[in-house]
Design a protein around this ligand. Structure first.
Ligand code: 16G
Ligand code: ZN
Length: 553
């Protein structure tokens, strides 16, 4: 029985931010932390309703604002299988938040809540216990926002709440999924923990080295990991401190790991900074030329790599480079296992992928490529539905690999035939590799381990990796316009439908530049339009981009 009297009290105490319009975007709710109390309150209720709708399965809730500055925060809901909140529920999240924000009293809010419950036919008088998993990144505002989020869960809705404390976003996704799988299997103590996460991933990492009888060393003398002064720092250190982790300590150095100093979060460091500015983060000077570097973002769901050559030139190894490395490695394994005709491997990109990477995947790797709209959910869906090994990465470093049911069935059955020949090595590699990947969501830690293992097995240096193909010179600019909503696109955001006539003008500009490509899309996270351009000649790139921007303004 729902205690509405208690809910009314919590509503009055919690919802201080009023008459602000909230929207649930690609990354959930995200704004200044001080304006999030009301949203947290409504999102907590929505997560409980989602769990009730799904027979009490664990639903995840993560408090984070990823690479945003430290003053911001945000929240997003995770489905029982570790994927993002079902698209048809995003409007509910918005409606409920705005109901709480604009209601003049609790009764008005309650009417809106009742509509939603009625519409989804949720039975509140059930004996089903809702289960919720909550996690937060290292932000200072998070403990308070967590209380706003969870206060009604147990006291009003009798939910069981598993609080993971400070974790990375991908850990929350992974643990939510694992808890449900265990619950489904009838495990009496289904709750998965952070420890499970570390042991599974280290286990798969170690097994791959063992499979190839490789000495447990990285293929580079040293790896520097910039954790953006976010939650990735402490979590990564737990992994490195684990008993089973036996890469020599001197090979790995964690930098920008001051998650205890709030203002340093994402400040002049982290994946977003490095990708956007194409330069080393704060705290790094190019000491040794054969080192490999990588940067996580503030909640460790994105990673980019880079190195500095002997001429002190910075080279970025972004999401495109990561997906092409995995595509090269995994296609080869499929061939060695003679499964290239039964299992379909493919790469999913967005319009931001460098043209050279797309050409390399098609023409050198002979691997299918799909393009989707920006936003992880679009890539994830394509990878999960079109391929048995679906590799997806946004150029900004967010991505993962999804292995189909058919993949697992096939590998298992082939392995059970236990042919003692060359196929077995490839089969074991494919199996272990699928276990090294966090398939629920892009994960900086898991992606990093997978890159390290791939480089070690292929005996590739950062330079070898980079030289597989050369990026076309490219530029991304932000353009402020009076109304970005008029910029409507088609063809996975590669072409404009509106304003009418603009695409024709852009096409005329593009035709003037060899290997030219450009597209314009409205940002989903900022009030601006983004203009991307790439062409063969870097000295013409600025002019090319300016010409397109002139038409957009
Ligand atoms: C969001 C997306 C990210 C995308 C970015 C584009 C998720 C979890 N995040 O942060 O994948 O690259 O938006 O931003 O989907 P934009 O629309 O402002 O260019
Ligand atoms: Zn992030």
């Amino acid at each position: 029985k729902v205690d509405y009297e208690q809910l009314c009290k919590l509503y009055d105490d919690t919802c201080r931010t009023k008459n602000v319009q909230f929207s649930y975007g690609t990354a959930g709710f995200r704004t200044l932390a001080k304006n999030l109390d009301t949203v947290m309150f409504s999102t907590g209720i929505l997560a409980v309703l989602r769990s009730l709708k799904l027979q009490g399965q664990y639903v995840g809730v993560m408090i984070t604002a990823s690479h945003n500055p430290y003053q911001d925060n945000g929240v997003k809901i995770v489905e029982p299988d570790g994927s993002m909140l079902l698209a048809t529920w995003e409007p509910y999240a918005m409606q409920l938040a705005n109901a709480a924000s604009f209601a003049t009293n609790f009764e008005e809010f309650r009417v809106e809540l009742a509509k939603l419950i009625e519409h989804e036919k949720i039975d509140l008088n059930t004996t089903v216990v809702p289960h919720i998993v909550v996690g937060r990144d290292s932000r200072e505002s998070s403990p308070y926002l967590l209380r706003c989020l969870t206060s009604s869960m147990a006291s009003v809705f009798h939910a069981q709440v598993l609080d993971l404390g400070c974790v990375t976003t991908p850990q929350l996704h992974y643990i939510t999924d694992l808890s449900n799988r265990r619950k489904l299997e009838g495990d009496i103590a289904p709750v998965a923990t952070e420890q499970d996460y570390y042991s599974f991933f280290i286990g798969a990492f170690n097994e791959l080295f063992a499979t190839y009888q490789l000495e447990k060393r990285l293929s580079v003398p040293k790896l520097f990991i910039d954790t953006a002064n976010g939650i990735g720092g402490p979590q990564l250190k737990k992994l490195l401190a684990s008993e089973d982790w036996d890469v020599p300590a001197e090979q790995v150095e964690v930098i920008n790991d001051r998650s205890d100093v709030p203002e340093l979060l994402n400040f002049e460091c982290g994946a977003d900074y490095v990708k956007t500015n194409q330069r080393l983060p704060k705290g790094l000077s190019p000491s040794s030329f054969d080192s490999l570097y990588c940067s996580f973002d503030g909640d460790a769901d994105r990673v980019v790599f880079y190195y500095v050559d002997s001429g002190s030139k910075f080279h970025l190894l972004d999401g495109d480079k990561i997906s092409t490395l995995f595509a090269k490695f995994l296609s080869k394994q499929l061939e060695l296992a003679h499964l290239e005709h039964s299992l379909k491997i493919g790469v999913v990109q967005t319009a931001y992928a460098n043209g050279s990477s797309t050409a390399y995947i098609k023409n050198t790797l002979h691997c299918p490529v799909s393009c989707t709209k920006t936003g992880v959910k679009h890539l994830h869906h394509e990878a999960a539905t079109q391929y048995d090994i679906g590799i997806y990465f946004e150029a900004n470093g967010h991505g993962t690999i999804i292995f189909s049911e058919k993949f697992h069935r096939t590998i298992k059955s082939e392995l059970s035939k236990s042919k003692l020949n060359g196929d077995t090595l490839a089969l074991r590699t494919l199996k272990c590799f699928s276990e090294l990947i966090n398939q629920t969501v892009g994960d900086a830690i898991s992606d990093m381990l997978a890159v390290l293992v791939t480089l070690a097995i292929l005996k590739m240096s950062p330079v070898d990796w980079d030289e597989e193909y050369t990026d076309l010179p490219n530029k991304l600019v932000k353009c402020i316009v009076p109304d970005r909503s008029i910029f409507q696109t088609t063809d996975q955001e590669r072409k404009l439908l509106n304003p009418v006539g603009l695409q024709d003008k852009i096409d005329l500009v593009v035709a003037k530049y060899p290997m030219g490509r450009s597209f314009v899309r409205a940002s989903g996270t900022e009030d601006a339009v983004r203009v991307y351009a790439e062409c063969e000649d870097s000295s013409k790139l600025g002019q090319f981009c300016d010409e397109v921007v002139e038409h957009v303004k």
